[in-house]
Structure formats: C-alpha cells, structure tokens
Design a protein around this ligand. Structure first.
Ligand code: PLP
Length: 406
C-alpha cells in the first residue's frame, strides 16, 4: 500500500493551525501525539449516546458501555499480541503502569539487599518508582551503562545479573537518544538468569509493531496519548502467571470479589488491578486510535518515519555548522536530540517556536542521562506519522536561521 501522508494529515484537524501566522510544524510527538478525528469523534459519540458506568449495571447503556470497554481490551491484546485479555490492565499511562508494578512486584518479590536493574537512559518514570520501592524494601538500584554513542553496554549488563537480581527494567526506545534497544537479547539473557523483565514501551508502540509473545518480556508498559489516543489511559501488560501472583496496587470498587470487615477477596484478572471506575471513554477511544494505526499499517508508519528521521539527520549534520546529534547512527527511531555549537537549548526552542516549529527542550525527564552526556539539556525533534519532508526542511532552515542569530 502507498503511504499517502497528505491524506493522513487531513485526519488531524489541528495540523491546519497557524502559529504566529506560520503553518504549524508539530515535532513534539515524543511528548504527545495529535489525535485523528475518529478518536475525538468516538469520545463525543460515547458521551452523547452511550455513557453509563461499566461492569455493574443491568441496564442497556451500562452493558453497551461495558461491551465497548471490553472490546477495547481485546483490541489492545491483538495490537501487542498478548495471549489473553487477562494480561491487559488499563492504567492512566506508562507512569501509572510502572508505579503499579513497582508496588505490587516489590511487595511480593523484593527484600533487603535485593537488586533491581535499570538502564542509563531511562525516563524518570522508569527510575523513580523503583527508587521509591528500593527505599521501602532496602533494595539497591543497579544501572546498565551506555557508550558515548548512546548504546547500552551488553557486556556490562551481563555482569550486573546475579542471585540478588529481582527484575530488569529497560526502555524499548530512548525518548532522548532515539536508541532502539536490543530488548529481545536483554530479555533472553535475564531469563537465562531466572530474572523477569519490564519493558517501557512508551516510545516504541507509536512507531513500530510490538509482539509480546515474540519479545517474551514479563511486563510491558505504554501510554495511549503517545499513540494518537486520548490522555488518561495506558496499559500494563503482564504475563498471566505473574499477574496472578502479584498483590493488588489500589483497593476499592471493581477490584474485589467479596468484601466484609473480616475478610476481603480480590477479583479475577485483570480487574484485580483496576480499582474504581475505569476511564471507559478513553479505553474505547484508544481502541479507535489502534484501529487507525493498524489501518495505516505499522510497517508503513515505521518506513515513513524512518525516511523522515534519516533525511533529517543527514540534512542537519551536513548543513548546520556545529551540529551535534545525540544517539546512535543505527537503530535510531524517530527522535532527534541535538545542540548547535553553544546555543542554549531553550533559546533554540523558543526561536524555532516563533517560526511555528514545535520542538521540546530540556532534560526530557532523563536527568541521569543528561549527567552521563555531560549536558544540561537538548533540543528534541520527534516525528509522527503525519510529518512530512517539507516539515523537515522547515526545521533545518529554521535551525540555520536561529544559528545565524548567535
Ligand atoms: N517512558 C518513556 C520512555 C517516555 O518517553 C515517557 C513520556 O515521555 C514516559 C515513560 C511516561 O509516559 P506518561 O507520561 O504517558 O506516563
């Protein structure tokens, strides 16, 4: 199938906006993506025509809302090729998915002196929940180091695994460097040591197909809003044998089977981990976003964004004097972090904004990675399925213009 980016763009009304009188060039997709009409319309339609609380109602609307919510779980299952819908827990997003796991896994599995392995390029949301759990349990955080090029050092990783290691937590794709980590290999090695693995899929799921059974990870977290879906919804995937054993994270309605003041029993999977009214509007809209993505074809999306990334990296490197791009040349996803000479990232970002170009600046919630690179922050352009080569041209010309001002 031919990928027609211009017709794709028509599905996203916001892309027609002008910013300071210039066409919007939205290159902050790593932070959040824009929403296609079908996603927004699904939310409006459900609020207007279906809305009722799920799971507990005998009445028509409640059952219809429940059917939509549970059909969405099946859509997510298919999207990541999990074995069962019991392995799909709806959360508020990647951050909540990881906090859930850090609490529940910590309660069951971690004791004083145990070790949790994370990588040098994690987002704060895959560091801080583990630090908090380690502090509670007297456990220790170990870090997989990386090369100056931004690739994990697998030889050092292997040395970190020992009898005290309880879990390995690693991002699939770095939100700063764009590095696509060899997670399949990381998982294989961890399993050889009897250690389970959590993969942070916040930055992989929007860009290429993921397959839980092929990866064989034990846990996987991602966010709806980075996937062209709504805010406030995300997923924690966990192998059923793990989720069965782990204790619940929050208590309340939905997650119980029976409650008495003497004894409360917990609901079956996945409801054991879904206390309270779920965001059933968002789960339905997330399924619409997934349908939209799979309709375009994840392979087409991947090829399109890889073309943009290569094109941008080449032009930036060749045409901008003093350009420093962070991250590896190979296995580089649709995120480009850069600095030009000694121009402050905030100045670059602010001036690009005046040209209608939206990029992100700062530490990108990865301060330890910034320390490792010896910098305070970067400018980050991140691509989505609706970006074009013309927008890359606008970015490169914009960077050149700003560079001339300094
Ligand atoms: N992990 C990575 C790699 C991210 O890029 C992000 C968001 O930028 C997160 C986790 C956190 O996602 P959320 O804020 O949707 O929970």
């Amino acid at each position: 199938m031919m990928y027609d980016v211009n017709s794709v763009r028509e599905d996203f009304p916001i892309l027609a906006r002008q910013i300071y009188g210039k066409p919007l060039v939205y290159l902050d997709n790593g932070a959040t993506t824009q929403k296609p009409r079908c996603v927004v319309e699904a939310m409006v339609d459900e609020y207007y025509n279906v809305n009722a609380n799920v799971h507990r109602g005998v009445h028509f609307l409640s059952q219809q809302a429940t059917d939509l919510h549970e059909a969405s779980r099946e859509t997510v299952r298919r999207f990541i090729n999990a074995r069962s819908v019991n392995e799909i827990v709806f959360t508020r997003g990647t951050t909540e998915s990881i906090n859930l796991l850090a609490f529940s896994f910590g309660e069951l599995m971690v004791k004083e002196g145990d070790e949790i392995v994370v990588s040098a390029m994690e987002h704060h949301s895959n560091i801080v929940p583990w630090q908090m759990m380690c502090a509670r349990k007297g456990a220790v955080l170990k870090v997989i180091p990386m090369t100056d090029e931004g690739e994990l050092q697998l030889d050092e990783y292997v040395k970190l695994l020992n009898a005290k290691t309880r879990l390995v937590c690693c991002t699939h794709v770095s939100n700063v460097l764009g590095t696509v980590n060899p997670v399949k290999e990381l998982i294989r090695v961890a399993h050889a040591h009897g250690v389970p693995v959590l993969i942070d899929g916040a930055q992989s799921t929007p860009h290429f197909a993921v397959d839980m059974q092929d990866l064989d990870c034990d846990f996987f977290a991602f966010s709806g809003h980075k996937l062209y879906g709504p805010t406030g919804i995300g997923v924690l995937y966990g192998k059923e044998e793990w989720l069965d054993r782990l204790p619940p994270y929050q208590g309340g309605g939905e997650m119980i089977k029976n409650v008495s003041f003497d004894l409360t029993t917990y609901n079956e999977l996945p409801y054991k981990f879904e206390a309270g009214t779920p965001d059933y509007i968002a789960s339905h809209a997330l399924a619409k976003a997934i349908d939209y993505l799979t309709g375009l074809g994840m392979d087409n999306v991947f090829r399109h964004e890889q073309d943009l990334t290569r094109y941008a990296m080449e032009r930036m490197q060749d045409e901008v004097e003093g350009m420093r791009i962070f991250g590896p040349a190979e296995h580089h996803d649709a995120v480009i972090s850069f600095l030009v000479r000694d121009i402050h990232h905030l100045d670059m970002g602010t001036l690009l904004d005046r040209l209608g170009i939206a990029v992100r600046t700062g530490h990108h919630c990865a301060e330890p990675l910034m320390h490792r690179l010896g910098i305070e922050g970067t400018v980050r352009a991140s691509f989505g399925l609706y970006n074009t080569r013309q927008e890359v041209d606008a970015l490169v010309e914009g960077i050149k213009r700003v560079a001339q001002m300094f």
